[in-house]
Design a protein around this ligand. Structure first.
Ligand SMILES: Nc1ncnc2c1ncn2[C@@H]1O[C@H](COP(=O)(O)OP(=O)(O)OP(=O)(O)O)[C@@H](O)[C@H]1O
Ligand SMILES: Nc1ccn([C@@H]2O[C@H](COP(=O)(O)O)[C@@H](O)[C@H]2O)c(=O)n1
Ligand SMILES: [Mg+2]
Length: 210
């Protein structure tokens, strides 16, 4: 079914990660669809390393990096940070993890993210886990998340929804046209959503064993 690539990818410093069999699953869906929640469950059961692009960007702000202010402004506006920055953070985290199975959550967010990742790393996702949820429900969840995120306010949430519709959905459609999308009804309770996720990851159905 899917592709588990022998990646000869470069890390953030340009070193080669040679001859390593790397499995990448992109985890996509609208803001508040439950990507982070379900990734935590998948990690527990299937031994993946969870890399949230948003979390990596927020950590970069906190670290006092020279890109910090730019990233903070982009997040406040719900805009997508240039791929070069996000991909470097993802590559560094992949290298530091010591693992070879990754859930990449919230990336690629637009066509630029997608094309740049494939070009720079030479990797394609084995499949794309897509959490499908109505905007109304996602908005409700984000407004009651209470994790102190600067972008969980109604003004920024609306901007994030617009970016999702205009820039992120086309990426999901691209992978759908390649037969790589595994769509999950994410409007159900957490446990029921995870039951559907398990169906995708069980060896008889999955391209990747646990
Ligand atoms: N199936 C669900 N039913 C109800 N609430 C949920 C469900 N899944 C997640 N939540 C809650 O909704 C909020 C958003 O979930 P989560 O952070 O996992 O979403 P996300 O897709 O990672 O969002 P973002 O893109 O903003 O990072 C959290 O408070 C979480 O506890
Ligand atoms: N590929 C990405 C992912 C995220 N961002 C920025 O981070 C914000 C929060 O992302 P979450 O996945 O944690 O919701 C998002 O709205 C973007 O501003 C990005 O630029 N590129
Ligand atoms: Mg998240």
């Amino acid at each position: 079914m899917g592709t588990v690539l022998d990646a000869a990818t470069k890390d953030a410093n340009g070193s080669l990660l040679t001859d390593k069999k790397v499995t990448v699953v992109f985890v996509l869906g609208g803001p508040g669809s439950g990507k982070g929640t379900q990734c935590a469950n998948i990690v527990e059961h299937y031994g993946y390393t969870h890399l949230s692009a948003g979390d990596l960007l927020r950590a970069e702000i906190k670290s006092g990096s020279e890109n910090g202010t730019m990233i903070q402004n982009m997040i406040k506006e719900g805009k997508i940070v240039p791929s070069e920055v996000t991909i470097k953070l993802l590559q560094r985290a992949m290298n530091e993890s010591g693992n070879d199975k990754f859930l990449i959550d919230g990336f690629p967010r637009n066509e630029e993210n997608r094309a740049a990742f494939e070009l720079v790393t030479g990797m394609e996702p084995t499949f794309v886990l897509f959490f499908d949820c109505l905007e109304e429900e996602m908005e409700r969840r984000l407004l009651s998340r209470n994790q102190g995120r600067e972008d969980d306010n109604i003004e920024t949430i609306r901007k994030r929804f617009r970016v999702y519709m205009e820039s992120s959905l086309p990426v999901i459609e691209y992978y759908n046209s390649k037969g790589k999308v595994r769509k999950i009804d994410a409007a159900k309770p957490v446990e029921e959503v995870f039951e559907a996720v398990k169906e995708v990851f069980t060896p008889s159905n999955a391209e990747v064993a646990a």
